[in-house]
Design a protein around this ligand. Structure first.
Ligand SMILES: [Zn+2]
Length: 110
C-alpha cells in the first residue's frame, strides 16, 4: 500500500507546522560542563573535582575556528532545551526532504 501524493503533502504541512512551533528556539552547538582547580594552596578543590560546574557552548563551523562561549548558569536549562530542539528541527527538515524526493520520483507537482 503506497501513500498518495495528496497525503504526502498533508504530512508535509504537518511537519512545516512542527517547525514553526519551535518559534526559533533553536541553537546549534554542544554544551560542555567543566570543573576547574583554582590552584590556591589548601583549597578543597585541590583534592576534589574542582570549582564548578561552569558551562560553555562550542559551535563548530566548516573552514573556520570553533566558537566557544561561557554560558551563565541562569541560561543553562534554556540552552540545553534549544540544543535539543535543534536536533529535532533537523530531523523534521530531513523528513520534509524525504517527502519532496518521493514526490519528485513520482514526477508530480512539488
Ligand atoms: Zn579551589
Amino acid at each position: 500500500m503506497t501513500i498518495s501524493t495528496k497525503e504526502l503533502k498533508q504530512n508535509r504541512q504537518v511537519l512545516i507546522g512542527q517547525l514553526a512551533a519551535f518559534e526559533g528556539k533553536i541553537l546549534r552547538g554542544s554544551l560542555i560542563e567543566s570543573y576547574k582547580k583554582c590552584g590556591k594552596p589548601g583549597c578543597k578543590c585541590a583534592t576534589g573535582a574542582g570549582h564548578g560546574p561552569k558551562h560553555s557552548m562550542t559551535v563548530n563551523f566548516p573552514k573556520r575556528k570553533p566558537e566557544n562561549d561561557y554560558i551563565p548558569l541562569e541560561y543553562v536549562v534554556q540552552v540545553k532545551e534549544y540544543i535539543e530542539n535543534y536536533q529535532r528541527f533537523k530531523e523534521i527538515i530531513e523528513q520534509i526532504c524525504m517527502i519532496n524526493r518521493e514526490i519528485l520520483k513520482r514526477r508530480e507537482e512539488l
